[in-house]
Design a protein around this ligand. Structure first.
Ligand SMILES: [Zn+2]
Length: 250
């Protein structure tokens, strides 16, 4: 089985606009997957699959959500909790097993290996993050991608942009959010704040100047890294983020 992604490294799923080639790729596929919970702005991946009459699985199905927009929706960035990433793995395992039942045992065995790796990853992250004093655990980034990470590892999140970089309900930058972010940086005495792989770094650089702090590096947020980079795999991008956060906040 071959895996192909619609998004290239660095692209933002919230505001992605589908290209003619995407429909051609989906029409040649057997199975489609999306994140779900409106990570894909206006449900572009689901629409591509439905237009081509292809089955689609939302990887977040069954994950433990964080509520946004006063409980009206789920925060889509669920993969930043390895426990939720395990739910993605099981959903993918079950979808491919159903499509190709003769290899069911192989898919289950490979999935189990990966689930074990996710448990190891979670333990490692916990150890690294516990080494940062609680009062320094504040994560300032462009948009609300890291709420699951923050819940899991006891961080406070502050961002000038809401849950989506697009203009969907409750998403986007507001002057009030921007002001609150600068205020949080000052009141927590934060040393460094972070830019994201899928969002322009301009605003974070401005906020860093304004608040008198440094940019501590780039975190993989809604986009993984290109082939050959540390962020080309899920575990690699999580590890790289944790090292960047630890170096910036300790
Ligand atoms: Zn996002």
């Amino acid at each position: 089985m071959e895996v192909r992604s619609i998004l290239a490294a660095g692209q933002d799923p919230h505001v992605y606009e589908i290209k003619p080639n995407d429909a051609a790729l989906v029409s040649r596929s057997a199975l489609c997957f999306d994140n779900g919970w409106h990570l894909e702005g206006a449900n572009w991946m689901r629409k591509l699959a439905e237009n081509a009459n292809k089955p689609i699985t939302s990887c977040t199905t069954g994950a433990t959500p964080l509520e946004i927009n006063n409980g009206a929706a789920h925060d889509p960035h669920a993969w930043f909790s390895p426990a939720n990433a395990a739910v993605y793995v099981r959903n993918i395992r079950d979808a491919v097993s159903q499509y190709d039942p003769t290899h069911r045992d192989d898919y289950h065995a490979r999935a189990q290996l990966y689930l074990d790796e996710l448990r190891t990853l979670d333990g490692w992250i916990r150890k690294q993050m516990n080494a940062i004093p609680v009062e320094k655990r504040i994560l300032v980034t462009s948009h609300d991608a890291f709420n699951y990470f923050c819940r899991e590892y006891h961080f406070t999140a502050a961002t000038p942009v809401g849950w989506s970089t697009g203009s969907e309900v409750g998403g986007g930058v507001t002057p009030e959010r921007r002001r609150e972010t600068v205020k949080s940086i000052r009141s927590f005495g934060v040393r460094s704040i972070f830019v994201e792989t899928s969002v322009s770094p301009v605003m974070i650089r401005q906020i860093a100047d304004e608040a008198g702090v440094v940019v501590g590096g780039t975190l993989y947020s809604d986009s993984m890294g290109p082939p050959g980079s540390a962020g080309e795999t899920y575990i690699g991008m999580m590890r790289e983020n944790v090292l960047t956060i630890a170096a910036g906040l300790k």
